[in-house]
Design a protein around this ligand. Structure first.
Ligand code: GLV
Length: 311
């Protein structure tokens, strides 16, 4: 089999995949077009439409990331080719650390102390107990479930939400529209780990933000399209004075890089990070890629992406 790899630092990925799959001819998108055309599999992160159209006998695509939104929205995506995505592959722990930092940031008032420091203002805020600080995690897939467990292991009361019912140890699970309303009404930090699909677009909007208790905070290491930005800015209110929403830590935006003119950059109660919460770890990812490609070749049933559901 020939595998075409496309990702930043593709040569390192090509070498490491060839070690795991000695039976395969592994090439990168730098290889000559004639060789790319005959690839059986594509393992890629955000390939161009042109590259996606090249292979003429593609049997499968492995998405080298957790979210398949960019791939499914790519106009070059060939119809009917099965897609595998990475599941956790070490990303959940990285994102879990990002979220734990974010929750502690608000629970231990680091946001307030930062603003006080600018005024040389020495005064202490009473600590709210972790079990009085419910955290909500929207999305309980491979990443969301692990992140929820990590935050619960830190001692926070964790509520999780998924479209269909789930049961997870130590997590208060909610589902469906009613469950979402229940969760929103009681969480002090809200974490977004839903996939970007037609059904999740702007799930955080004026109505859902209004359901959060006053002074809640938002942490989004998921997808930018989950949030209606105008409603977010409105809930935050301007300036340093805490609005209905106390603050937001955001790693994902509908347009990336976040445009220079976007008001979120300069907002004093917003932390912007450049989509760094969960980079794809090469080793774990390639273990999954090698396993998926062998299963494809063996004709085994694989847990493929459902393009209609969007994940
Ligand atoms: C990154 O955003 C990913 O989906 O892996």
């Amino acid at each position: 089999m020939r595998v075409l790899v496309h990702i930043e630092d593709g040569d390192a990925w090509r070498h490491a995949l060839a070690e795991r799959l000695p039976e395969a001819d592994v090439i990168t998108s730098e290889a000559p077009a004639a060789r790319r055309r005959e690839a059986d599999y594509l393992a890629a992160w955000k390939p161009s439409a042109e590259l996606l159209r090249e292979p003429i006998r593609l049997k499968g695509i492995v998405n080298l990331g957790a979210g398949v939104d960019a791939l499914l929205n790519n106009p070059g995506l060939p119809a009917g080719v099965p897609i595998i995505k990475l599941r956790d592959a070490g990303m959940a722990e990285l994102i879990g650390d990002y979220v734990r930092y974010g929750v502690l940031h608000f629970q231990r008032d680091f946001d307030r102390y930062r603003r006080q420091q600018a005024r040389r203002d020495w005064h202490e805020h009473a600590v709210v107990d972790k079990d009085d600080w419910p955290v909500g995690v929207l999305g309980l897939g491979a990443i969301g479930a692990k992140v929820a467990a990590m935050v619960a292991a830190d001692g926070f009361a964790v509520h999780g939400w998924s479209r269909s019912p789930k049961q997870l140890p130590d997590i208060i699970c909610h589902h469906g529209d009613e469950g979402l309303r229940e969760l929103l009404g009681q969480v002090r930090s809200l974490v977004l780990l839903l996939p970007d699909t037609r059904a999740t677009r702007h799930v955080i909007n004026a109505e859902t933000l209004a359901r959060l208790p006053a002074g809640a905070s938002l942490i989004n290491p998921g997808r930018g399209t989950l949030v209606d930005e105008a409603a977010l800015l409105d809930a935050l209110g301007p300036g340093e004075q805490e609005g209905r929403l106390r603050g937001a830590i955001l790693d994902a935006f509908p347009e990336e890089p976040l445009p220079e003119k976007n008001p979120l950059w300069g907002h004093p109660r917003v932390w912007v990070t450049p989509h760094m919460a969960g980079p794809t770890p090469m080793k774990e990812a390639l273990d999954q890629v090698a396993q998926a490609l062998r299963a494809f070749e063996a004709g085994e049933a694989l847990d493929t992406v459902d393009p209609d559901a969007g994940y």
